[in-house]
Design a protein around this ligand. Structure first.
Ligand SMILES: Cc1cc2nc3c(=O)[nH]c(=O)nc-3n(C[C@H](O)[C@H](O)[C@H](O)COP(=O)(O)O)c2cc1C
Length: 289
């Protein structure tokens, strides 16, 4: 009883004023916002009142706090890399990073970047510098709180796996473990690392780490019918918005990729309407994004 009460006091504060989480909500495909859209139509709705001015944020004079606020709420939603590393003495580390993106697929690369302060090292960065290996695990709704708690700025000797209650599962090509509860885990080798400073400064304030993805482990239950891609309805991934907010993936829509062959006659018509005639390139084959 006493232990339970103590544990309750130690548990993270829960916000209980915003309505229930709906675990039964699932990702659904809908029609696109305007299925009747045609070339040249522009926006389908007048949703920004032109009489309201645009506020300017000039980053040469904005504080780092305000820069963080505006950018992390503007560049949304951000996927989250749940990064597992090992220190050179073998201490495991686990932490989430939303400055995260896929860089490309030939070669398969991803990027994670670290905001650095003068007060405390980012252990994930230190471990990647020391060992050149990490795994990136995708966070699903079922372990949001467990993943979030690993962001505690704890001393280097702290093993965030213990704090989270999440489970290690061995990787096959790199030493850091994968997260068993993650339906998707990526084994990565450091491709390159670049320390970054403000243009007028020598002080390193961020580090970009690009990782070569050597192998993906995907729980078969989240694969689509062909088994070649991941079904978002099954993955239930989390992403980051500004502040403390996470978001879920609940709706999506498909829009056909525009082929130049199909768009060209419409473009000619639009040009004619503007009273201009121009030569433009012949159709070329596009690469996937
Ligand atoms: C959802 C989420 C996303 C985060 N994204 C980043 C990020 O992209 N870069 C960063 O430096 N810190 C980020 N943080 C903060 C780190 O997780 C935090 O500083 C953590 O203590 C780093 O752990 P480490 O020192 O063990 O590497 C994020 C925190 C949360 C909760």
């Amino acid at each position: 009883m006493l232990v339970r009460a103590a544990a309750r006091r130690l548990a993270p504060a829960l916000v209980r004023t915003r309505g229930n989480f709906h675990p039964q909500s699932v990702f659904q495909l809908t029609d696109p916002p305007n299925p009747r859209w045609n070339y040249g139509d522009g926006a389908s709705a007048q949703w920004l009142d032109p009489t309201i001015p645009r506020k300017e944020f000039d980053f040469s004079s904005l504080s780092s706090r305000d820069t963080y606020k505006i950018l992390t709420s503007a560049i949304v939603p951000r996927p989250i890399a749940f990064v597992s590393t090992l220190a050179s003495d073998g201490v495991p580390n686990l932490a989430p990073f939303s400055y995260f993106s896929m860089v490309g697929h030939i070669p398969p690369l991803l990027s994670v970047s670290f905001s650095l302060s003068q007060k405390r090292l980012k252990h994930t960065r230190e471990n990647i510098v020391a060992t050149k290996e990490f795994t990136v695990n995708i966070i699903s709704e079922a372990f949001a709180e467990a993943a979030n708690c690993t962001a505690a700025e704890a001393p280097a000797e702290v093993d965030e796996w213990i704090l989270s209650g999440l489970t290690m599962t061995p990787s096959t090509l790199v030493k850091p473990a994968c997260v068993l509860e993650s339906a998707v885990s990526l084994e990565c080798e450091l491709y390159f690392l670049k320390d970054l400073s403000a243009p007028d400064s020598e002080v390193v304030t961020a580090t970009l780490a690009v990782g070569l993805i050597k192998k993906a482990h995907v729980h078969e239950s989240v694969l689509d019918a062909e088994g070649a891609a991941i079904d978002p309805a099954k993955l239930r991934p989390l992403a980051r918005l500004g502040g403390l907010t996470y978001t879920r993936l609940l709706e999506g829509f498909d829009i056909e990729r525009t082929s130049w062959k199909a768009a060209r006659p419409a473009y000619e018509k639009l040009l004619n309407g503007l009273g201009s005639k121009k030569n433009f390139p012949n159709p070329s084959s596009g690469d996937p994004e």
